[in-house]
Design a protein around this ligand. Structure first.
Ligand SMILES: *Cc1c(COP(=O)(O)O)cnc(C)c1O
Length: 385
């Protein structure tokens, strides 16, 4: 089976982890600081808070922005459930903004319309979470302009977009957002096994997220309200969590970050070959906005909707041919749990059209030319049938 994604671990990665195992620190220590520095310098951002996974990063990002009961948080329906769950963790309400039918990212036009009616109804969102699907940045300048106009904050769910660029600057520099989040799950661009990071240029948000990462407990006197009891004194100033990353994970991450450019270049090379091979086929591929440079976490094809059963047939045929194809994603509000919250089919028609035809095909740095040729032939044959 050729999987849809796979990590790439070098001997240098292995050595970096072993070195930590033989050092004084296992959990959050000097290797986490070094990893945060590596991500900051790759992205050109001022502050980084490494955590146990991107779901945790989204959670503390929402909390740092003050999301709580009575607040509204909006995200894309075409994402992993974590982009929406983070708002529910904070007791807020979540809602979904439909996607652009070409790029599959949150549509600035649909967002503008939804904001307009929300304003009239007095239920504007506190935070909007755009998702850079498959590694292609959303139209951040347009989203930022709406944030200025309607007064909401932006958390970029950039889980797929480590190493991507928007308008010739790295995704993660937070030029158009308050906070950006990366995931380091093994199928993503670089991995720490499990891991995530929250990036921001705002020192107060960074300090709050760092506090929330370790139980809300601080040893920093500037953050304390009470009198010190002595040199042992620490103070819990808010309700936090244990969302720390380990030094083993961080060492793996720093070693992986040194190959970020090579990883993304290889992914883009493979994607370009797919683009070329699929140029005149009876299916479409994710449209690329010329302002963006995707990191190609995923390569998504879209089988036209004319025949609703077609996608299932093509999908099953590709699996029979030994391709570990996948589907990213079921619209979040169609998940059973969200249906129980009252969401109904029909909420986001473009997202539902997308869902009816989308298939993610294999793409990862270690995909050989021969395996890619097999994938290309199988996809063309399966759709033709
Ligand atoms: C993977 C992913 C997450 C969650 O990442 P974890 O590190 O597994 O918690 C969140 N959002 C999106 C879009 C993802 O793909």
């Amino acid at each position: 089976m050729i999987p849809y994604g796979r990590q790439d671990i070098s001997q240098a990665d292995v050595d970096a982890v072993i070195a930590v195992l033989q050092s004084d620190f296992l959990t959050q220590g000097p290797a986490v600081l070094a990893f945060e520095e590596a991500v900051k310098s790759a992205c050109g951002v001022c502050h980084a808070v490494a955590v146990s996974n991107a779901t945790a990063a989204l959670h503390i990002a929402c909390l740092a922005l003050g999301v709580g009961p009575g607040d509204h948080v909006w995200t894309s329906p075409i994402t992993f459930v974590a982009s929406a769950n983070c708002a529910l963790y904070c007791g807020a309400d979540v809602d979904f903004v439909d996607i652009d039918a070409g790029t599959f990212n949150m549509s600035p036009e649909r967002l503008a319309e939804k904001l307009d009616s929300a304003k009239r109804e007095g239920r504007l969102p506190k935070v909007v979470i755009p998702v850079h699907l498959a590694g292609q940045s959303c139209d951040m300048a347009a989203l930022h302009a709406l944030a200025q106009r309607y007064g909401f904050r932006i958390i970029e769910d950039a889980s797929h977009a480590v190493g991507a660029a928007y308008r010739d600057e790295p995704v993660g520099n937070c030029r158009y957002s308050d906070i950006a989040v990366f995931s380091f799950h093994p199928v993503k661009i670089v991995t720490t096994g499990e891991g995530g990071i929250a990036l921001t240029n705002d020192p107060a948000l960074a300090a709050q997220m760092a506090l929330l990462r370790t139980h809300g407990v601080t040893r920093d006197e500037r953050l304390m309200e009470g009198e010190s009891h002595g040199p042992w004194y620490n103070e819990q100033v808010t309700l936090g969590f244990n969302y720390r990353m380990t030094d083993m994970q961080a060492a793996l991450g720093t070693s992986q970050m040194s190959r970020l450019r090579a990883f993304v270049d290889k992914r883009r090379e493979i994607a370009a070959r797919y683009d070329h091979a699929f140029a005149n086929q009876p299916f479409t591929v994710q449209a690329q906005n010329p302002d963006t440079r995707s990191s190609y976490h995923l390569y998504i094809i879209h089988v036209r909707r004319a025949d609703a059963a077609l996608r299932r047939e093509v999908f099953e045929d590709l699996r029979r041919r030994g391709l570990g194809v996948n589907l990213h994603y079921i619209p979040v509000y169609l998940q059973r749990f969200y249906r129980r919250l009252g969401f109904q089919p029909g909420l986001c028609p473009a997202a539902e059209d997308y869902y009816a035809g989308a298939i993610s095909i294999p793409l990862y740095p270690g995909l050989s030319d021969g395996d890619q040729a097999t994938v290309i032939d199988a996809v063309i044959a399966a759709v033709r049938q």
